[in-house]
Design a binder for this molecule. Structure first.
Ligand code: ACO
Length: 430
């Protein structure tokens, strides 16, 4: 990072100089680290809309241009030419693997897909009607109890093993959470299948009959994983980093990320979006919902529209839309009512002045829910699939943070607006 001319700030007639840092791409960044010490002021930025919380070499987003790069590679190229495990290697190690490195990485992931047998009993402690995300938060957090030989964060090898275990076991845990919720037996992973096909197998196979994974569906699944693999310093990634900054073990940090992702403004939006499409039900009811979304006095929002960073289009949504068309075509479900509602809603919203002026476009969740539903996943599995795809991003960001000598515990400041100091009043006098 080359330094530019410092910025000047005047507070109460006193001048201060703030270093300006130049990133590889994106806006310059004001370095305010010494501001409090020098000027006795904090900065105020709820929601971190203008604040960089770290430096990172992993993912870059240009929200105005609608660009997303993993380690410099545009997402469209990776979605078309690469595959999820290669993307995992890239995110974790910074470079695309050689042939040998890829074979070795695939072998290591494949050999870590089973979970400790004792975990089966752990699952059985949950109610059958638990949301799979609730189960996943608990089970992933509990991994630190099952795999405590990879929780010493000061040991680089243990950090690597924890990363492998998380990437390899999350599909197994997500599939087990699903099977448990529908009362079917757990299906063990199969090492002869690739990552995506194995996940479909663990979700949809039953002991009573053969299940053959359609290669086109496995490819679409793999693409969904790739598109969700990382997304810079979003809410759940920042949660993982903040949890990790205290020295918490990687399994605990990823469980924290999963908990954050569950919210409907974040990863929970894909479930909320499909539920909304089903609630709208028929094309003729769309204007009623568009009106609700525009009404300032109505908290309703069109789920699957808008994004904090993308104010032009979401490049993942473009790829996902193509994938949705392919999957629906393959499965012969073009005339599905929910799909008709989705397509018409997209058309109307893209032409509507309210959505156009506020730059609200369909995001990745708008289409991913449609694909997953067509594949046979219930809405409750949408966010768990997002969580397992994002695990590699979380763990890459966590590893980057732990390996950074500048790393220190995250501790935001606040603008206190509560009561001034006052004396305690005894209950008899209140
Ligand atoms: N429907 C209707 N109006 C909306 C929507 C929407 N989906 N999203 C934003 N707006 C409006 C807001 O009411 C606000 O209007 P105002 O300026 O008149 O007050 C304006 O657009 C800006 O909205 P903010 O909430 O300030 O935008 P922010 O960047 O904070 O929020 C968010 C982004 C949370 C994604 C928001 O657009 C939203 O709630 N979308 C629906 C949920 C969703 O799809 N989330 C998935 C995000 S992608 C992901 O996590 C993978």
């Amino acid at each position: 990072m080359a330094d530019l001319n410092p910025a000047k700030l005047t507070i109460d007639g006193q001048d201060y100089e703030l270093p300006v840092l130049k990133p590889t791409a994106g806006p310059n960044v004001l370095d305010i680290r010494k501001l409090y010490g020098q000027a006795d002021v904090f900065t105020y930025d709820p929601g971190f809309t203008s604040t960089a919380s770290c430096d990172s070499t992993i993912t870059y987003i240009d929200g105005d241009k609608g660009e997303l790069w993993y380690r410099g590679y545009p997402i469209e190229q990776l979605a078309e030419k690469s595959h999820y495990l290669e993307v995992c290697y890239l995110l974790l190690h910074g470079e695309l693997p050689s042939k040998e490195q890829m074979v070795d990485f695939e072998n290591r992931i494949t050999r870590h897909t089973m979970v400790h047998e004792q975990m089966h009993y752990f699952f059985r402690g949950f109610r059958r009607d638990s949301h799979p995300m609730a189960t996943m938060v608990g089970v992933v957090g509990a991994m630190s109890a099952f795999y405590h030989d990879s929780t010493d964060i000061s040991d680089e090898w243990q950090r690597e093993v924890a990363a492998m275990r998380l990437i390899a076991k999350l599909p197994t845990i997500a599939a087990m959470a699903y099977k448990y919720s529908i009362g079917q037996p757990f299906v063990y992973p199969r090492n002869d299948l690739d990552y995506a096909a194995n996940f479909l197998h663990m979700c949809f196979a039953v002991p009573a009959e053969d299940y053959v994974v359609k290669p086109e569906l496995a490819r679409a699944m793999d693409r969904i994983f790739t598109l969700h693999a990382d997304h810079e310093q979003n809410a759940s990634t920042s949660t993982v980093r903040l949890a990790g900054s205290s020295g918490a073990n990687p399994f605990a940090c990823i469980a924290a990320g999963i908990a954050c992702l569950w919210g409907p403004a974040h990863g929970g939006a894909n479930q909320a979006c499909l539920e909304m499409l089903k609630e709208i039900g028929t094309v003729d009811r769309i204007p009623e919902y568009i009106a609700k979304a525009k009404d300032k006095n109505d908290p309703f929002r069109l789920m699957g529209f808008g994004h904090r960073v993308y104010k032009n289009f979401d490049p993942r949504a473009k790829v996902m839309k193509e994938s949705a068309d392919e999957v629906l075509d393959l499965l012969g479900i073009e005339n599905n009512e929910t799909l008709k509602v989705a397509k018409e809603l997209e058309r109307i919203a893209l032409e509507d002045e309210y959505f156009v002026s506020k730059k609200l476009y369909p995001n990745v969740d708008f289409y991913s829910g449609i694909i997953l539903s067509a594949m046979g996943f219930p809405t409750s599995m949408f966010t768990p699939i997002f969580a397992m795809s994002r695990t590699v991003g979380w763990i890459s960001q966590w590893k980057e943070m732990i390996g950074d000598p500048q790393n220190k515990i995250g501790r935001p400041r606040q603008l206190y607006v509560g009561s001034d100091r006052r004396d305690y009043v005894d209950v008899s006098s209140r």
